[in-house]
Design a protein around this ligand. Structure first.
Ligand SMILES: Cc1cc2nc3c(=O)[nH]c(=O)nc-3n(C[C@H](O)[C@H](O)[C@H](O)COP(=O)(O)OP(=O)(O)OC[C@H]3O[C@@H](n4cnc5c(N)ncnc54)[C@H](O)[C@@H]3O)c2cc1C
Length: 476
């Protein structure tokens, strides 16, 4: 008889959280800690969503999205997840760039970037300061018409090299482009510049295991292999969910599922105002990714001077379409030294990440898909050779993921790695005004994506749900 992943579940909860990504986990933890009865339902066989990992024979573990996040993650984790998790967050010191315009190593913070921009790129100090201050001062209520490209043109006209230094890592960090509103760049860039790039020492597996323990401690009923197929709504309010064919009643729902999936598939557009439906239809999804995972043979090493994060490119100029092209010229290599998992086996892993379009991968025949994956692996190994000589001899295991892989594991439409474009944020925020008790927390609007954005959005939404459940005024 198949296992019943809902065995012992209650008939009714204060809140059902759909999805165990970082936003869903954080919302559930805060609500559980506040004493509410919370059920978290994850369709995959493990929690974490895109914050995930996989194991391969030989003691190899690969992290999917543990490449770097801003310092704010430490503060959010300490406050909402506890010291045990926060104490594992450490800084990455060697961020490298290598492209036809420049090669350099940086600690990726304001102080070092100011030094680089003035001494190496020859920009006047007052201009650099004015740029940093402008980026730092941006907030959600700012002018949303100015694009990131226009912001750069204002401060650094004609300086494609400066734009590349400032923009390339952020495009990798959240998929934003020169054509997106400048605010999406300013907030994320300033977050990184505050103190640099950080990572979780111990690996994603350790983080998510500890989060699972914390949920349990706070009384959250977390279930895996539980696919929610419907959010039940009465006249203008949430009533429950259908999961694995079973109805569970609840007073509120936080959906961590993709925003469009939540509105059009889990609820259904007939439940919303026509204007809201049309706004939701206009929400564009962000791009997807490809990755190549490489593990070194036991005993083989990579010198730490190779860097922690390496933004490398052979493209003469920085262009969004080149970054997304299936004909890859730009890659981010993440190097995982044994210190990534201090208590694990002495292993070195390298993950290459590239932004990608769903359309380049979705409609290939099986043969074409397999050949494209192999080509992705081969061209990545060719590119890595420059930084890790004889890498093919050193590597024991290699495999690739494509936009279809990300779609398969998370149900994100078009395999979106960073949720939706900017307009998704307003639609996500407006959900509870359409249907009382229905919330969305998860990657939207570029700003609310990435590990820190997802966690912080989970916090914001949990506070609103808590206020509603306690009968306080809900500020949306
Ligand atoms: C290749 C790659 C590299 C990245 N690198 C970084 C990085 O270096 N730094 C960084 O900060 N961010 C990075 N990110 C982005 C970051 O991982 C995500 O923005 C963040 O983890 C998203 O969290 P989330 O809560 O929005 O939801 P997700 O992680 O998308 O999780 C949503 C969850 O909901 C579940 N779900 C969906 N529908 C249902 C349903 N109907 N029923 C039950 N469960 C459901 C899914 O299975 C999933 O577990 C990267 C992403 C990718 C793809």
């Amino acid at each position: 008889m198949p296992k019943d992943f809902l065995a012992g579940v209650a008939d009714e909860y204060d809140c059902v959280v759909i999805g165990g990504g970082l936003a869903g986990l954080t919302s559930a933890n805060i609500l559980g800690r506040a004493g509410h009865r919370v059920l978290l339902l994850e369709q995959h066989y493990k929690l974490g969503g895109l914050a995930t990992w996989f194991r391969r024979p030989g003691g190899h573990i690969f992290d999917i999205s543990l490449h770097g996040f801003p310092y704010g993650m430490l503060k959010s984790c300490r406050r909402y997840w506890g010291d045990e998790i926060a104490d594992c967050i450490v800084q990455l010191k060697n961020i490298r760039f290598d492209n036809p315009m420049f090669s350099l190593t940086t600690t990726f913070n304001r102080e070092d970037f100011t030094k680089l921009l003035t001494s190496r790129f020859g920009i006047a100090e007052e201009r650099v300061k004015a740029f940093f201050d402008t980026a730092r001062g941006m907030n959600f209520y700012d002018d949303q018409a100015t694009t990131t490209g226009q912001l750069f043109e204002k401060f650094f006209p004609g300086r494609e090299d400066v734009v590349r230094l400032l923009m390339e890592p952020i495009t990798y960090a959240n998929g934003s482009t020169l054509e997106d509103p400048a605010i999406t760049y300013g907030i994320v860039f300033s977050n990184f510049m505050a103190k640099g790039v950080f990572i979780y020492e111990g690996g994603t597996d350790d983080l998510v295991t500890k989060m699972g323990r914390e949920l349990k401690k706070n009384g959250v009923d977390a279930r895996i292999n539980c696919d929610v197929t419907k959010i039940l709504t009465g006249p203008h309010r949430v009533e429950g969910v259908v999961v694995n064919g079973k109805v569970i009643r609840c007073r509120s729902v936080v959906s961590n599922s993709n925003l469009r999936n939540t509105i059009f598939n889990l609820v259904g557009e007939e439940a919303f105002d026509p204007q809201f439906v049309s706004d939701a239809r206009a929400v564009r999804l962000n791009n997807s990714s490809t990755q190549v995972y490489m593990a070194l043979k036991p005993g083989e090493t990579v010198d730490e001077s190779t860097g922690d994060l390496l933004f490398c490119s052979t493209a003469p100029l920085f262009r969004t379409d080149l970054l997304l092209s299936k004909n890859i010229t730009s890659r981010t290599f993440s190097f995982y030294y044994p210190r990534t998992r201090p208590t694990g086996k002495e292993r070195y892993a390298i993950v290459s990440s590239t932004n990608a379009n769903w359309s380049d991968w979705a409609n290939l025949s099986d043969e074409e898909y397999a050949a494209s994956k192999q080509d992705l692996i081969e061209t990545t190994l060719n590119a890595l050779e420059k930084y890790v000589p004889n890498c093919r001899d050193k590597i024991e295991h290699v495999e690739a993921a494509t936009p279809k892989t990300f779609h398969h594991y998370t149900q994100h439409q078009l395999g979106a790695s960073f949720g939706t474009k900017f307009e998704g944020l307003a639609v996500s925020r407006a959900l509870p005004q359409q249907i009382a008790g229905l919330y969305h927390a998860g990657s939207v609007g570029i700003i609310m994506s990435g590990w820190l954005g997802a966690i912080n959005y989970g916090v914001i939404v949990a506070n609103e749900v808590d206020a509603k459940l306690c009968g306080n005024t809900v500020v949306v």
